[in-house]
Design a protein around this ligand. Structure first.
Ligand SMILES: *[C@@H]1O[C@H](CO)[C@@H](O)[C@H](O)[C@H]1NC(C)=O
Ligand SMILES: *[C@@H]1O[C@H](CO)[C@@H](O)[C@H](O)[C@H]1NC(C)=O
Ligand SMILES: *[C@@H]1O[C@H](CO)[C@@H](O)[C@H](O)[C@H]1NC(C)=O
Length: 895
């Protein structure tokens, strides 16, 4: 069948005829054709009165959600209704009070009591690669980027949309109902994007997942007089296309211009054709000018495509703005950006490449303040879209107004993708995409209790954690006025170096709770708590001299020469310890010249003789004052443990350092030169796991030489821990067997710590019995095959891996994989507690990010610093000072 252009009637067979009537008819058709070419996309006029969704699945029962606290998305995201929601035929039929008569008319109504829970529209992800960049990552399903040219508007993400991907179920469990699936950013014009709903369909096809695909998609006859549907197109500028095509920004920009010029010429020919036809100049008119390769870009010029533009920096925005002026089209949203039209971005994921190095957590607030639409996006799998709501939560924490923060992952992206006539709001006649939350959706750890897509409940047997009553309100976020002003003043790079206060007498008052760590055992306990928040802590001449109630420190409020810091009911807690990322060895991960770089891996390369046999020490490569390290410090992380960077088997010796230090020679910058010995066992090393285990066995049994022999000797002697980065249950099991074997041979017990350990929960009992500790991420993701059997936690499973391991007496520490996330350790800790269903107290959760990490990594002297947080816990508090006994100083931040 001839491929229709999509927006024009078939012309083959139309012959010039002489009869007056027919000419008039023809003129009418052409008049319409001209009009049709200028029809703007959108729903038909009677869309609002549709009785049933085009996505309705037969057999879906009508559902009444009773007694919900409904964030509708209306009134600029400020409207909240207490009431019921009736879902039927894939649509929201009624919101608020539902007439009993209507309810009685349903024989098979499912009734769900929300008991006052928060309900929001389904989460909408404007920028995702779900289904095209596979999870787990497999080369056979890597369909996100074509590498066949810089400009390929003819490619379609739909053609690579895999229906089997572990991420769909996980993302739905986080409340995501709709995603705009974009081609990757390796090309200037990567191709057409498609909006999908994430639920499984009866047809099981990729096409069946689409939300309002262009009419022309399946090649059937298209009604030319109907308004077309919005199309989506991916553009990218900056580093990614440059890197992929070994080019420059100049090459990319020229590729754009050349492509648009081709489209412009076709469009002009089409317009001239129509003009002629309209004027009755039939002779020699020929066929309507069109080109299948360029029709989508012609549609961009006709204003029928939402252009989603991956773009970071001023230089690139300027280039794209010039392009849009030259060729007269517009951009729907800049993604990742810190500048206009709508902006889609991450909350705190930054500094992974140069063009992201000015990224600021305050950008959502600043952009909204300047009248720009803010969208938070996942770029899934860059961030796991399951936690897209966390991006909105962080944006809110860092100053974005709550109505805009919720809109940033619901109604705003729905509008930017041209679908806000049916998704992104809880309004009668809209698609029945609804999330019932276990807390306010902007509260940390908010988790769906149920998710509806097209009126179909997506969670079979959802598990819910009991959340504190306080989590039912919008978190009261801290004041960041000074930080925001500085961010603007310094164009994203405000100074972050901590400065010690001058006074040698500092009093923290209005303290709500104090937690202290027992230096000998590492156990943390709440030593003071008061509902009236009248606690104090006195720091004099470099040490804490008194803390607790005012009765315990009677003079605390009457010093004349003290610096008084009001915590407004906040807390004083042990400092946090970070492990897992390259913190301290990198500035900008994607820029080799800003990083310490990788070590030679003795299993995969020939190590140069000059260094062969030496185990590398991370301490020798420490790079201080990176923004990630300083931000971590300001967030209460006052020690970090980092192993040498390695893509292979033997990384080397980790070190313990102070992320707030200016350089290595500052007192206390290096806290412990050597912590643990680090090895990786993985299916992804390009060498068999059996080979890796054989190598490890040999080294542990004393087959190494020189420095290698000495370091592994230390492990066997129990002097330092062996940290093995291993994800899969099978590798972990082999490792436990090896541990026994070596211990039997050497008669000594090894201190073994597993890091990564995504599948460790399947061996929780055995790991517990073996006395092995585990360092694990708070939120697992099946990025690789060896992480596939993760334990997702609520709402999919009752417990997550952390709670399961803790229940088996395993010493657990939380690690982060990305250095820009070290700053969020406090959130990881609070989230672990919220997710544990009561298994973790606040003190136990603190141990997961302090003493446990130290124990597992062989830190000899436990971090004795304290962190002062102003305001409540989780998303209400702000770290305002580090009370450092280690350095004998208090460091305060923008008090
Ligand atoms: C709604 O739920 C809340 C919380 O469970 C309850 O206090 C209230 O009485 C309920 N309202 C109705 C109308 O059922
Ligand atoms: C093709 O698309 C049209 C318009 O959306 C639709 O009516 C028709 O059912 C589709 N045909 C197939 C085979 O999917
Ligand atoms: C964990 O330790 C506690 C206290 O020592 C003990 O009672 C419990 O049986 C242990 N649990 C497991 C699963 O080993």
């Amino acid at each position: 069948m001839e491929k229709s252009s999509g927006y024009l009637p078939p012309r083959k067979g139309i012959k010039r005829v002489k009869t007056i009537q027919f000419t008039l008819f023809l003129l009418a058709v052409l008049f319409y054709t001209l009009t049709v070419l200028h029809l703007t996309p959108g729903p038909p006029d009677d869309f609002k009165s549709r009785p049933q969704s085009d996505r309705f699945e037969k057999g879906t029962k009508p559902t009444l959600i009773r007694n919900a606290t409904i964030w509708t998305g209306l009134d600029d995201g400020n409207e909240v209704i207490q009431g019921d929601i009736l879902l039927d035929k894939g649509l929201i039929k009624k919101v608020g009070t539902v007439d009993e008569a209507i309810l009685r008319s349903y024989a098979d109504l499912v009734i769900l009591d929300a008991a006052g829970s928060w309900v929001s529209p389904g989460v909408v992800d404007l920028h995702s690669h779900l289904g095209v960049a596979s999870s787990p990552s497999l080369s056979g399903a890597s369909d996100g980027n074509s590498h066949n040219g810089l400009v390929q508007p003819w490619l379609r993400s739909l053609d690579g949309l895999n229906t089997h991907d572990d991420a769909y179920r996980l993302s739905i469990s986080g409340g995501v109902t709709t995603a705009n699936v974009l081609p990757g950013s390796a090309n200037a014009i990567g191709g057409q994007a498609f909006v999908i709903k994430l639920r499984p369909t009866a047809e099981r096809s990729s096409s069946a997942m689409l939300l309002e695909p262009p009419f022309s998609l399946n090649g059937t006859h298209v009604d030319p007089f109907q308004r077309p549907r919005w199309r989506q197109m991916k553009h990218a500028c900056g580093e990614n296309p440059s890197r992929r095509y070994a080019g420059t920004r100049m090459d990319t920009q020229w590729a754009f211009r050349e492509g648009y010029n081709t489209a412009r010429k076709i469009k002009e020919k089409q317009d001239a054709y129509c003009a002629k036809a309209l004027a009755g100049q039939w002779s020699g008119l020929g066929d309507f000018p069109e080109d299948l390769q360029w029709e989508a870009l012609v549609d961009v010029l006709r204003g029928r495509v939402k252009v989603q533009n991956h773009c970071y920096e001023g230089v690139d925005f300027d280039g794209i703005v010039r392009l849009t002026n030259e060729f007269k089209f517009s951009i729907a949203a800049f993604h990742h950006a810190r500048h206009p039209p709508a902006i889609a971005m991450f909350a705190t994921h930054a500094r992974y490449k140069r063009e992201a190095s000015r990224g600021s957590e305050f950008a959502p607030h600043i952009l909204a303040d300047n009248g720009l639409d803010v969208v938070m996006k996942s770029d899934h799998p860059v961030l796991n879209s399951r936690h897209l709501i966390y991006e909105a939560q962080q944006a809110h924490y860092f100053g974005l107004a709550p109505n805009l923060a919720l809109a940033s992952v619901t109604s705003t992206p729905a509008r930017i993708m041209g679908q806000d006539h049916r998704i992104g709001h809880i309004v009668e006649g809209f698609d029945a995409d609804i999330v019932i939350w276990d807390s306010h959706p902007l509260a940390l750890g908010a988790t769906p209790k149920q998710v509806f897509i097209d009126g179909i409940a997506q969670l079979d047997k959802p598990y819910t954690s009991v959340k504190p009553e306080s989590a039912q309100q919008v978190p009261v976020t801290p004041n960041f006025d000074k930080e925001i002003l500085d961010t603007i003043k310094y164009e994203g790079l405000p100074p972050l170096e901590p400065e010690g206060v001058d006074s040698n007498l500092v009093v923290f008052w209005n303290v709500g709770s104090i937690f202290l760590k027992n230096a000998a055992t590492g156990s943390i306990s709440e030593v003071f708590t008061s509902a009236v928040e009248d606690g104090v802590l006195v720091f004099e001449d470099g040490r804490v001299v008194c803390s607790g109630s005012l009765a315990a420190c009677p003079d605390a409020l009457s010093y004349s020469d003290a610096l008084y810091l009001d915590l407004e009911g906040g807390s004083i807690t042990p400092a946090l310890v970070s492990y897992g990322s390259t913190l301290g060895l990198t500035h900008i991960a994607g820029e080799a010249s800003t990083n310490d770089g990788p070590v030679f891996d003795p299993l995969s390369v020939t190590v140069p003789p000059i260094i062969d046999g030496t185990v590398i020490k991370a301490a020798d490569g420490l790079l201080f004052a990176s923004r990630d390290a300083l931000l971590a410090y300001r967030s209460g992380v006052t020690s970090a443990i980092t192993a040498p960077t390695s893509g292979g088997f033997l990384a080397g010796l980790s070190t313990v350092f102070n992320p707030g230090a200016a350089h290595k020679l500052v007192d206390g910058a290096v806290i412990q030169e050597v912590a643990a010995l680090h090895v990786t066992l993985s299916l992804s090393l390009g060498i068999s796991v059996s080979t890796q285990i054989a190598a490890l066995r040999g080294l542990l049994l004393g087959e190494g030489e020189g420095d290698v022999a000495k370091r592994f000797g230390n492990v066997v002697a129990g002097k330092i821990p062996l940290v093995v980065h291993a994800e899969s249950t099978d590798i972990i099991a082999s490792l436990l067997v090896l541990k026994k074997e070596v211990e039997a041979a050497k008669g000594n017990s090894i201190r073994l710590t597993l890091a990564g350990a995504t599948e460790a929960h399947l061996l929780a009992k055995e790991i517990g019995q073996a006395g092995v500790g585990v360092l694990i991420e708070q939120r697992p993701y099946p990025s690789r095959w060896e992480r596939k059997r993760l334990l997702p936690g609520p709402p999919l499973t009752q417990f997550n891996a952390i709670a399961t391991l803790v229940a088996h007496n395993v010493t657990v520490g939380i690690m982060v994989a990305d250095s820009s996330q070290a700053r969020n350790t406090r959130f990881d800790m609070a989230w672990a507690k919220l997710d544990s269903n009561g298994a973790l107290t606040r003190s136990k959760a603190m141990e997961l990010v302090s003493s446990n990490v130290e124990t597992l990594l062989g830190v000899v002297e436990s971090n004795s610093d304290l962190v002062a947080t102003r305001g409540g816990s989780d998303f209400e508090g702000k770290t305002i000072a580090i009370i450092s006994s280690r350095q004998g100083k208090v460091f305060e931040f923008f008090v």
